[in-house]
Design a protein around this ligand. Structure first.
Ligand SMILES: Nc1ncnc2c1ncn2[C@@H]1O[C@H](COP(=O)(O)OP(=O)(O)OP(=O)(O)O)[C@@H](O)[C@H]1O
Ligand SMILES: [Mg+2]
Length: 635
């Protein structure tokens, strides 16, 4: 850890309790002005107070790491006792965690002892009330680890690093995701935060830049000011590190706060702000829902973030228009709502954009799909069958749709229609992405999904992708398009094949059941709520009657796909469309499986690379097989 003079200042102060500014200036070999600037920030943070007479002195109040300050162990134990009486185990957890962190960080003997005492006291109490003795050995062992770091890693944010620690504590259902600059002492972090706040007050809340030019002007001004200030405050930090710190502060100040750093953590799928009184929550790929140590300063700042996001897509969020759907410059999808519509405060939900889109390789590797199902779907897509991907919220519908689109041939014209751009198709494809638009504040200029679906039909598409089917009119036009020979790919919110059919044939969508037979396959995506694991749950064919025949279903016990019913229609259709016999179809699928295995073995998981191999495969199969399987031999 790098200790700056600000850290040392507090250390001196803690040891001596009261030191004159004069003396500190000599001790730390820095000017009185710098000391006073630190002092001002640290006074605001409640770490010290300034005494002006008879000489200018700084007086120690509390150590920066611990929220609650204790004189000695006795006071600490008393505090814990009081909290136990009111059954506030969470507050005890917080105290223990603070002590644990600081004693680990500083290795201060006194604190280590304090932590151990508090820990043992709490543990004994738990034993007394039989929490510890209850249950198995395993449970006992678990409770013995009152604080457990379940994960830690570093986020590389281009120009600087951040550190993440995931901590689980007894009696906290939700683990904490703790983001820090680790490299610096906590006093330095406080000073940096104060500098950041000071600059937020002067720049970002005042205005949201109107144009790119204005944005970069503000950025430059900000950077210059900041660099100057940091060099002044911390001459002891090497220049490269000062530049990294400047980048960090710039990012979190001009953008959407520390959320910007969360956006850089590839493990995070979703970021949720509920209001300014609660920590920001995230959905983590490995650890599911976590609470972060980031709490928005106030409701205003959440609204400010929403406004910033709105600017990217030219939308306003106001009391009259309190709902906003937009995407960030990074491409991440964002939704914002203002209080009082959301009664507890302003909210923001960010669905992170997989900058590297999911591909079939990922899905097979992580067990979402198996080879046989993938090959069947591939074959169906190659021969222009329409399909529907259904699933619950966040189950992976859009990702699967994106994966399937990699199987389109390069000589087909593809039009995609989405509310917010999420899909990324291979460069090899002939693709026209389209996006809907909300009306402006005067209510003009709306381009709805229906407008785009109708328009797309005049663009001579071979394949139409529609982000999600929601309304009757869109559904009618889409099914009409299928009937007139277009292949359509879309998603629908439903948890099973049955539910999908019920949804499609009942209000509000209310299609006649016989129309459904233009869809050939329905794929159901599922996310296990408890484990967060995503699997393809069912694959079904649609019969002439519009009923479904389930072909495969996922067996959660064996963790694999299981054939359910014999196909009745799909092979007939495939034979008709491909002109191949059933045996030839089987051989073709074997070839596809061979290619898929090659993708997995060679780790080919880039959308463009897969697109290019698939397109070569369509145009010259023999060439592709010769080229690829010279190297590896897969049977
Ligand atoms: N097969 C998968 N395995 C693991 N994670 C996945 C898988 N598919 C998608 N994800 C992740 O799950 C999250 C949700 O994915 P996606 O946006 O595709 O879901 P969705 O069903 O379309 O959601 P929504 O209902 O919001 O439209 C994303 O962060 C994505 O990266
Ligand atoms: Mg989606």
């Amino acid at each position: 850890m790098f200790k700056t003079k600000a850290d040392l200042l507090v250390e001196f102060l803690e040891a001596k309790r009261e030191v004159s500014v004069e003396e500190l200036s000599t001790l730390l070999d820095t000017t009185k002005e710098v000391i006073l600037t630190y002092a001002q920030y640290l006074e605001e943070a409640g770490i010290l107070s300034m005494k002006f007479r008879p000489t200018l002195k700084l007086v120690f109040i509390k150590s920066p790491e611990i929220g609650v300050q204790f004189k000695d162990e006795k006071e600490l134990i008393n505090k814990i006792k009081i909290l136990l009486e009111v059954n506030n185990l969470k507050a005890i957890n917080k105290i223990l965690y603070d002590l644990y962190t600081i004693s680990k960080k500083t290795k201060n003997e006194k604190l280590v002892v304090m932590y151990k005492k508090a820990y043992n006291f709490f543990y004994d109490y738990l034993k007394k009330i039989k929490i510890v003795d209850l249950g198995s050995e395993q449970r006992k062992k678990k409770v013995k680890e009152l604080i457990k770091e379940v994960d830690n890693y570093r986020i590389n944010a281009d120009k600087f690093f951040m550190y993440v620690k995931i901590v689980k504590q007894e009696f906290e259902l939700v683990p904490y995701y703790i983001l820090s600059l680790l490299e610096y002492g906590s006093v330095t972090e406080i000073v940096l935060n104060k500098v950041k706040d000071e600059i937020i007050r002067t720049i970002s809340l005042k205005s949201v830049p109107e144009s790119e030019d204005e944005q970069s002007e503000i950025e430059n001004e900000f950077k210059t000011k900041l660099l100057e200030k940091l060099t002044y405050l911390f001459p002891e930090i090497p220049e490269t590190k000062i530049i990294a710190l400047t980048e960090y502060i710039k990012l979190v100040t001009l953008g959407i706060g520390e959320i910007e750093v969360l956006l850089k953590d590839k493990n995070i799928e979703e970021i949720v702000i509920n209001n300014a009184n609660e920590p920001v929550w995230i959905y983590h790929r490995k650890h599911s829902w976590l609470k972060t140590n980031i709490i928005p300063k106030n409701e205003e700042i959440i609204k400010h973030y929403a406004t910033l996001a709105g600017r990217v897509v030219n939308k306003d969020i106001t009391l009259l228009n309190p709902l906003l759907d937009a995407h960030l410059k990074s491409g991440d999808r964002i939704n914002a709502t203002l209080s009082p519509i959301t009664t507890k405060g302003n909210t923001i939900t960010i669905r992170k954009f997989a900058s590297k889109p999911w591909t079939i390789t990922h899905l097979i590797k992580n067990g979402t799909l198996d080879y046989t199902t993938s090959a069947l779907v591939w074959f169906a897509i190659q021969h222009e069958l329409s399909l529907l991907i259904v699933g619950g919220t966040g189950s992976g519908k859009t990702s699967t749709l994106n994966v399937m689109a990699n199987f389109f041939p390069p000589n087909h014209r593809i039009v995609s229609i989405e509310d917010t751009r999420e899909l990324i198709l291979p460069e090899t494809l002939h693709w026209v992405p389209m996006q809907t638009r909300m009306p402006n504040p005067e209510g003009e200029g709306e381009i709805s999904m229906l407008d785009l679906v109708v328009n797309s039909l005049r663009m001579r598409p071979d394949r139409i992708i529609v982000g999600e089917i929601r309304r009757k009119k869109e559904a009618e036009v889409l099914f009409e398009a299928m009937h007139t020979g277009h292949s359509v790919y879309s998603t629908l919110h439903a948890n099973s094949v049955q539910e999908a059919i019920i949804r499609l044939t009942n209000p509000p969508i209310e299609l006649p059941k016989t129309l459904l037979n233009s869809i050939s396959l329905i794929i159901v995506q599922n996310r296990n709520r408890r484990t967060g694991v995503r699997r393809t749950l069912q694959v079904a064919e649609i019969l002439e009657t519009g009923d479904a025949n389930i072909l495969f279903e996922f067996d959660f016990i064996k963790d694999q796909m299981k054939p359910i019913n014999k196909p009745k229609r799909i092979y007939k259709t495939l034979k008709l469309f491909s002109g191949l016999t059933e045996n030839q179809i089987r051989d073709d699928m074997k070839e596809k499986i061979k290619l898929l295995k090659y993708f997995v073995k060679e780790n080919i998981d880039d959308v463009h690379e897969i697109g290019s191999i698939v397109s070569d495969y369509y145009s010259n199969k023999d060439y592709v097989f010769k080229r690829l399987f010279k190297k590896t031999d897969l049977k």
